[in-house]
Ligand binder design. Structure first.
Ligand code: GUN
Length: 294
């Protein structure tokens, strides 16, 4: 068997096209959806991410503002600025690019964001609501993975899903979303004994450990769906995932490549969250199957 490739670029393009239609519908009703991105300091990778987020907004008919603040911005100033954005009716989504310079406590900044504008889904209120299964926003990367699984017609209910990685941004919310969709979920991490014994149980394997090629062929059940969230740069400059693609592809039924797999989904889902927020602000009816917190 050789796995079918899950084309993240194509799936993300279809999500973005859908988003552009929803943005046009909102604009016709007098609301231009807007995303405010705050970046503190001059980390080149973060600047690059922020630029691609702004470009993606523009391409889909959303307004975006990039607020660049110096690395020595005091916490109080940053929190006060987030409060200003909370009160701005033209801003439907607020994203504070992480990581923040070391001396700034990211948690305090995220908690300052209005949970109804928290398009990253990182605020405690949204994290807590995800446990119950009903947040205002799903975190973008795991939500993107769910959209990919749905697009590929992968059965989640009753499946055994194994998530490798327990980060707050990906691993933990990913596990909750799979659990809420009816999977039996195992979460593995750097202290897990006999990782292979766990991963070999997986019908759906999500690798989000941030370690190059830690998932090898002997670690995957024949016919599994393998989702690689990792993006690791090797010393020779090559980008690889957490999965050893060449070794695993002949065993799996479906697999995401790196690059071109999960990566493009994250920004697509960020746009979708911003549109969702603008639709709520404009009093649009919920999309089919959509739920919301108070
Ligand atoms: N830095 C890297 N990825 C992300 C993300 O998804 N959201 C934010 N806010 N910062 C990031």
């Amino acid at each position: 068997m050789t796995a079918a490739l899950i084309d993240g670029k194509a799936i993300a393009a279809s999500v973005r096209a859908e988003t552009a239609i929803r943005a046009a519908r909102l604009a016709a009703a007098g609301t231009v959806p807007g995303l405010a991105v705050v970046i503190v300091g001059d980390d080149p990778a973060s600047r690059l991410y922020v630029r691609s987020k702004a470009q993606a907004c523009e391409a889909a008919g959303l307004r975006s503002w990039v607020h660049a603040m110096p690395a020595d911005t005091p916490l109080e100033r940053l929190v006060a600025f987030v409060h200003e954005l909370n009160g701005d009716p033209e801003v439907h989504g607020i994203l504070v690019q992480l990581p923040l310079p070391g001396r700034l406590d990211a948690r305090l900044v995220i908690e300052a964001i209005d949970p109804q504008k928290d398009v990253d889904g990182f605020h405690y209120q949204n994290v807590g609501a995800l446990v119950v299964g009903d947040p205002a926003f799903y975190p973008c990367t795991p939500w993107g993975v769910m959209r990919m699984l749905e697009h590929e017609g992968v059965a989640i209910d009753g499946a055994h899903a194994v998530v490798v990685g327990r980060s707050t941004i990906v691993g933990k919310p990913m596990a909750l979303m799979l659990l809420n969709a009816g999977a039996t979920v195992t979460i593995c991490h750097s202290h897990t004994r006999d990782l292979s014994a766990q991963t070999r149980q997986a019908d759906i394997l999500v690798a989000a450990a941030g370690r190059a090629r830690i998932i090898g062929a002997g670690m995957v059940k024949a016919g599994a769906t393998v989702i690689d969230v990792g993006i690791n740069r090797l010393p020779d400059g090559k980008l690889v995932g957490d999965v050893d693609f060449e070794a695993v592809a002949p065993v799996a039924a479906r697999i995401t490549p790196v690059p071109g797999g999960v990566g493009p989904m994250t920004i697509a889902m960020l746009l979708a969250n911003t549109i969702r927020s603008a639709e709520r602000a404009a009093g649009f009816a919920l999309a089919a199957g959509e739920t919301r917190i108070a």
